[in-house]
Ligand binder design. Structure first.
Ligand SMILES: NC(=O)C1=CN([C@@H]2O[C@H](COP(=O)(O)OP(=O)(O)OC[C@H]3O[C@@H](n4cnc5c(N)ncnc54)[C@H](OP(=O)(O)O)[C@@H]3O)[C@@H](O)[C@H]2O)C=CC1
Ligand SMILES: Nc1nc2c(ncn2[C@@H]2O[C@H](COP(=O)(O)O)[C@@H](O)[C@H]2O)c(=O)[nH]1
Length: 327
């Protein structure tokens, strides 16, 4: 693979504006038959999303994916969202009990609008089998499968019936997969996204490694329909992680789904726990993301998200921050 780069190595090249105000730019995206305000989804992790946040996001036309770490709550959650006239979007794993859970959904007559198969190594027979099972028994669900990091994996999961694939092995902020195993897309996530997107015939979710709002535009440029973000969503008032105070400053807990903390045991640990700075209300960040993306669209010379997909870019190799910090 030639041209290996990551988010900080790329700058998008401005084109002449066609709008008189950034507010004219439309950041909405169609994904799985619905239109959402932003091409952004908070990570399906226990310190990022809970029932309250999922409800807020669905009610306000944002995409969400509920995590799978309180498995017994999922059926009622899906029923409750649909009873409110909202879409249900849940996660599953691939172990035997997850087949029982999918069967429970079928027996209860509940078809979640979105089901995400959420495992570390998505290019596997276990995931292919689960895609087939869901597609057979809940054909109305839009199935997102991951995580993967190669075009072969994207093709194979699409071929198995996945409606979208999720790309990103190890670029996450609380990820230690790259250190513990030597594998993954950490350090070249944007190039991996581009590589996978070239092979994809269905939407791709870019997952992990987003450190600034500009990285959302870059993900869209390199083929993402949706961008999954953990760390930038961890520090909010509503974020489910614990709030702690240190030297008069507030922080929120953020831990990996494969951390010892999440698993409750030291077995195949590929994640860590950290604290991120408190950032205030979630809705303020969502508004700021929308405004920043509107600005990106205007720099792309258009008034819709699709304008970003074709802009020129340059490779600037790790130099754009020059020691500056964004937050
Ligand atoms: N995006 C990323 O880079 C990563 C994300 N994660 C997140 O951590 C959580 C836990 O993930 P995961 O451990 O997969 O979930 P599970 O513990 O539910 O494991 C899923 C199944 O896949 C098997 N499995 C896990 N890793 C591999 C592998 N490398 N090769 C073959 N089989 C494997 C497991 O068996 P067994 O445990 O016996 O091996 C198990 O049967 C998920 O939310 C996932 O998204 C974790 C690591 C990387
Ligand atoms: N290798 C691991 N990756 C993990 C773990 N828990 C979650 N994740 C992935 O990280 C992204 C979020 O990344 P961020 O850079 O936006 O913070 C998340 O969506 C998962 O794909 C883990 O324990 N190990």
């Amino acid at each position: 693979m030639e041209n290996v780069f990551d988010y900080e190595d790329i700058q998008l090249v401005p084109a002449k504006a066609v709008v008189d105000s950034r507010s004219e730019c439309d950041t909405s995206v169609e994904f799985g038959g619905r239109t959402f305000k932003l091409p952004v989804v908070p990570a399906n992790m226990q310190t990022i999303v809970d029932e309250t946040i999922a409800l807020y996001l669905a009610e306000n036309n944002y995409f969400y994916i509920m995590h799978r770490f309180e498995p017994e709550k999922r059926l009622e959650f899906a029923k409750d969202m649909q009873a409110r006239g909202l879409y249900a979007s849940i996660s599953v794993g691939v172990k035997e009990e997850e087949y029982t859970f999918v069967q429970q959904l079928v027996d209860a007559g509940v078809t979640p609008e979105y089901i995400t198969i959420d495992v570390a190594h998505g290019h596997s027979n276990g995931v292919i089998k689960m895609i087939g099972f869901i597609k057979k028994h809940l054909p109305g669900s839009f199935v997102i499968a991951g995580n993967v990091g190669t075009p072969e994996a994207v093709r194979e999961l699409e071929h198995a019936g996945a409606d979208a694939t999720k790309v990103g092995i190890g670029p996450g902020k609380v990820c230690i997969t790259k250190i513990k195993t030597g594998f993954g897309t950490g350090g070249w996530q944007l190039a991996a996204l581009r590589w996978c997107a070239k092979a994809a015939t269905k939407p791709i979710i870019a997952d992990g490694g987003i450190r600034t709002h500009g990285d959302i535009a870059k993900s869209v440029r390199f083929g993402a329909s949706m961008v999954m973000i953990g760390s930038l969503f961890a520090g909010h008032e509503e974020s489910p992680g614990q709030t702690v105070e240190k030297d008069g400053k507030l922080y929120k807990e953020y831990f990996g789904s494969a951390s010892e903390f999440q698993k409750g045991e030291k077995k195949n640990v590929e994640g860590k726990k950290m604290f991120v700075e408190y950032r205030g209300p979630l809705k303020d960040t969502l508004v700021e993301m929308e405004q920043d993306l509107q600005s990106s669209i205007s720099y792309a010379g258009g008034d819709k998200l699709s304008a970003i997909r074709t802009v020129d870019y340059v490779i600037v190799k790790n130099s754009i921050f020059n020691g500056d910090k964004v937050y």
